[in-house]
Design a protein around this ligand. Structure first.
Ligand code: TRP
Ligand code: SF4
Length: 325
């Protein structure tokens, strides 16, 4: 039996290079080996951004366009919108009955977000239950494997604890264990060296024009110790170098040379990187422009995905009710 893979992304804004190397490229590989289900998790977006709810719809269509443009193949994988399959909420309800509050209150992701995010009030019942809905997303399709970034590991651990508790309470082995599949790529930092995030505006977006890409790369932070052209640089301490490693690994040696021997200045080094990134994203950009012309077709794709997802979801809910009641 082929494994089932589930993963999701919140439609909270434009997708950037971090999403591509941190998640999408991995998903694209997985779809050749496994039955993959990819959800645009709009309820999760609403939990955090309930005051900007009007933006979510536009973000959903944008996300679907990005996914397909990058190579998510809807003839192989199921691509759908979480809120179109209400069974997610049914399973969330069931799981919320058996999930101890302490597990959620101790969730390190939750604690960090309450600490870090000051612009929105996240002290809500819904937001505390974020990982319960995430567990429902995964287990509704009995997925065995969940590709995620390392930062999401506590949520997968919680999903596993919830499924074990379910099996224990109802004396069943209804749910098999699931595991995280971590992305091999090192984490790509933003252009300014901080965490890549839309709120920092420090990312190259997948839909950026060639001009935008090049001008953003020009402003990237470099090795702070290399002040004059003649100072040798330290590639290991330079974020630009990291981008070379990810997007042009074959050039890494050459860059090391020109950097440590001060043969090229940072401006030139960045200008070459700008060309590389613009070329890397060109096919995605072209596909994007084409897809954007026919948004009805995108909604059709999402509806086909909904039908396939819902068929599985309905069956799980029916079975689970038999286990519980
Ligand atoms: N919490 C995940 C994130 O922010 C998104 C997500 C929601 C998810 N449901 C999921 C990821 C199920 C994997 C599986 O990245
Ligand atoms: Fe970084 Fe390139 Fe400058 Fe070296 S030459 S410090 S790798 S930008």
């Amino acid at each position: 039996m082929k494994k089932t893979v589930f993963s999701g992304m919140r439609p909270t804004g434009k997708l950037h290079l971090g999403h591509l190397v941190g998640a999408l490229n991995n998903w694209i590989d997985l779809q050749n080996k496994y039955d993959c289900i990819f959800g645009i998790v709009d309820w999760h977006a609403l939990m955090g951004e309930y005051e900007q709810s009007k933006e979510i719809k536009e973000n959903i269509i944008d996300m679907a366009i990005d996914w397909v443009a990058c190579g998510i193949d809807v003839s192989k994988s199921i691509v759908f919108v979480q809120s179109h399959v209400p069974e997610h909420l049914e399973l969330q309800m069931i799981f919320s009955c058996i999930t101890p509050l302490g597990w959620l209150e101790r969730n390190p992701i939750y604690k960090e977000q309450l600490r870090e995010i000051k612009s929105r009030d996240l002290q809500t019942y819904g937001f505390l239950g974020y990982p319960v809905l995430q567990a429902a997303d995964i287990l509704l399709y009995k997925a065995n494997a969940v590709p995620i970034g390392e930062d999401q590991l506590p949520h997968i651990e919680l999903a596993r604890e919830i499924l074990r508790r379910f099996n224990h309470i109802y004396k069943t082995n209804f749910f098999n264990d699931c595991e995280a599949i971590l992305t091999k790529m090192p984490r790509l930092l933003g252009l300014d060296g901080r965490k890549m995030s839309k709120s920092y505006q420090n990312a190259v977006n997948l839909g950026d024009s060639e001009k935008e890409i090049k001008s953003k790369v020009k402003k990237m932070f470099t090795d702070p110790k290399r002040i004059k052209f003649t100072d040798p640089g330290h590639p290991d301490e330079c974020n630009v170098h990291m981008y070379y490693e990810v997007f042009a690994p074959a050039k890494k040696k050459e860059v090391d040379e020109w950097c440590t021997k001060a043969q090229k200045g940072c401006t030139e080094c960045k200008s070459i990187l700008g060309d590389i990134l613009a070329d890397y994203l060109a096919p995605i950009r072209e596909k994007r422009t084409e897809l954007e012309k026919d948004k009805d077709r995108i909604w059709d794709i999402l509806d086909e995905g909904r039908q396939k997802a819902q068929k599985i979801a309905r069956k799980t809910i029916t079975e689970i009710k038999e286990v519980i009641f």
